[in-house]
Design a protein. Structure first.
Length: 619
């Protein structure tokens, strides 16, 4: 749940020593590894679906496990907090271990708080939420903002144990929250009230029975859309995506009025969900990020498209299991499980990736080539599609960069990424792939840093290097940064300057605090140098170079040549003049860069070797 403050301490405390003594009596066999197999993380299940300690479902009747029944003081803690309880556990973190940075993205946690009562801990256990950090002392009671990126570090050799319980709240808990104290704030006279624990366990506790909709109401759908759009980073496609979501919610309301939750309406609900998801992708939802660095499209799947119909035969079911991922940046839950034909090894045939630094004209080239016969694409850029795979987002890699190499493509990553691409594919007529192998076309400027990785995921991948006069690119990048419309990482740790826009290159920390012209020059040079290194390590038949200005001068000849090179042909007359791309800020002109000449020209000498090399690669 999103909170107004990173951490809130509730005005109650518990006898941590008594709780620790009681918990120590539980046999070790009841402790289970973390569902995501995080090293040093284990759990003792207290409340689970059906009371089964091995059930990680987040849907269904939540009931106490045998372990909870054997812990009377823990039951008394839950009762004293006055809430309706869902999935709850004792969470154990070994010495020097951590809970890696993530966002709680599953639908289950949209309206559920995570209550923490430290049982065994030390001052070296640090909770980090966004840019804030606190230590929760033994016996205290806390909630925190799980919608923000968060992590836990145990800097001590001792094991840490917390009672961690999820809840939508209750009269007693909401009263405690109203009297809570944000971490670090001094409130005169504020003092937690000790709650006695009798150790009898003869207390009443409310448990969840309803946690996943059969058919989501139109009012709830609109609430999710409003929340996510309000969390979105400014983007040129945001208004278009918003209108599409409004249209979807209106059509859903019409079906709801006709069918409600009755199964007679499920086929039409299911069809509308698939159409709505495809429309959101086509409008650009996959390119838009949220303030917590999760992708908008990922969260639309998690909150609406994957859960609005509880029928297990629906196109997507993403809310049932305790798995984390985000998107984008996105640790925490696995990708939405789409029930369609699997992307087998034979599903992709010689996919083509357009690679270039940002603002090189790749959108216009993509929008032109995607009209080729038999070509499939995901409709837009693949930011959240790739970074939503656990382990691939910069935030999960020390914020080093968007660079990915072949070693980053484990068999699990390859399988998941191929499936995610396959599920989003549409051809120029909006049709999904059939049984034949598909020809994929993709463009995302970040992929200029991922060529070895993409070759591992798609072994027969081919690449179009798009070159544009660096002076034009640098000028356009300066204006893009200044516009605020291309922010990728608004909360980049340690960064000084405008919010980070475009791709995150290796060595970005050396650019912190420098003039914007130095930043964009560093971005362009690093991206270009690395992509050329990677391309020139391939067989010459696997890539080709195109100059942006020559493409504009002869679009028909260029697309026909590329169609022949790629093996998909071409069957349209472009009419000689191409429309502006969707990301054009101002009307292009060959000399428009001169407005920034005073910033650009002095910096060209330092990157001249890469400038010359890029021009040669374009042919």
């Amino acid at each position: 749940m999103k909170l107004q403050v990173p951490f809130l301490q509730l005005p109650v405390s518990f006898d941590a020593e008594a709780l620790a003594s009681e918990i120590a009596q539980v046999d070790e066999s009841h402790w289970r590894p973390h569902p995501n197999k995080l090293p040093g993380n284990s759990a003792l299940t207290l409340v689970a679906t059906g009371g089964d300690p091995d059930n990680d479902d987040l849907a269904g009747d939540m009931r106490p496990t045998p372990a909870l029944e054997s812990l009377p003081r823990v039951k008394e803690v839950l009762s004293a907090l006055g809430a309706t309880w869902g999935r709850s556990r004792l969470m154990r973190l070994s010495g020097q271990a951590e809970v890696t940075e993530h966002v709680d993205t599953n639908y289950y946690w949209r309206e559920r708080m995570r209550v923490h009562v430290p049982v065994t801990t030390t001052p070296d256990v640090r909770f980090q939420v966004g840019g804030s950090e606190t230590n929760m002392k033994a016996g205290e009671c806390w909630i925190f903002d799980t919608w923000s990126r968060h992590r836990v570090l145990n800097g001590n050799a001792s094991t840490r144990i917390h009672l961690v319980a999820d809840t939508v709240g209750g009269a007693g808990l909401w009263d405690l929250i109203a009297r809570g104290r944000p971490a670090g704030r001094s409130i005169p006279g504020w003092q937690p009230r000790p709650v006695p624990l009798a150790g009898k366990g003869d207390v009443a506790i409310d448990f969840e029975n309803v946690n996943l909709p059969v058919v989501m109401t139109p009012w709830e759908i609109r609430e999710h859309f409003v929340f996510l759009l309000g969390e979105a980073v400014p983007h040129p496609r945001l208004a278009v995506v918003q209108q599409g979501l409004v249209d979807f919610s209106r059509r859903w309301h019409a079906l709801w009025s006709a069918f409600g939750e009755t199964s007679a309406g499920w086929p039409r609900y299911r069809e509308l969900l698939e159409q709505g998801r495809a429309d959101a992708l086509a409008r650009g939802a996959g390119e838009i990020g949220l303030r917590n660095e999760v992708g908008l499209m990922y969260m639309l799947d998690m909150y609406v498209f994957g859960v609005a119909l509880g029928d297990q035969g629906s196109a997507m079911q993403v809310a049932r299991k305790d798995v984390h991922g985000d998107a984008p940046a996105l640790p925490g839950a696995a990708a939405p499980a789409v029930v369609r034909r699997e992307a087998t090894a034979a599903s992709f045939e010689r996919p083509v990736f357009i690679v270039s630094p940002p603002r090189s004209g790749s959108t216009l080239m993509f929008e032109t080539l995607v009209k080729a016969p038999g070509v499939f694409s995901i409709g837009n850029e693949s930011h959240s599609l790739i970074e939503g795979v656990p382990g691939l987002a910069p935030s999960q890699r020390g914020h080093d960069s968007n660079r990915l190499l072949a070693d980053d493509a484990s068999p699990e990553v390859v399988a998941q990424l191929r499936q995610r691409f396959f599920d989003a594919l549409r051809d120029r007529n909006g049709h999904s792939p059939g049984k034949a192998a598909v020809r994929l076309l993709e463009k995302t400027p970040k992929n200029a840093l991922r060529i070895p990785f993409l070759r591992k995921v798609f072994p027969d991948a081919r690449f179009i290097y798009l070159h544009r006069d660096p002076r034009q690119v640098l000028a356009s990048m300066i204006e893009g940064w200044q516009s605020g419309r291309f922010v990728m990482y608004p909360n980049l740790p340690g960064w000084q300057g405008l919010p980070w826009s475009f791709l995150l290159v290796p060595g970005w920390r050396e650019l912190s605090g420098k003039p914007l012209a130095d930043v964009v020059t560093g971005q362009w040079e690093t991206a270009t140098r690395l992509l050329l290194d990677d391309l020139q390590a391939l067989d010459g038949a696997d890539w080709t170079g195109i100059d942006h200005d020559r493409f504009l001068a002869d679009p028909q000849g260029t697309v026909e040549r590329l169609g022949a090179w790629a093996g998909w042909g071409w069957d349209r007359d472009l009419g000689g003049v191409l429309p502006l791309s969707r990301y054009t800020l101002t009307t292009p002109a060959p000399d428009k860069w001169r407005k920034h000449a005073a910033d650009i020209e002095p910096r060209l000498a330092a990157i001249q070797a890469t400038v010359d090399r890029a021009a040669r690669a374009a042919g």
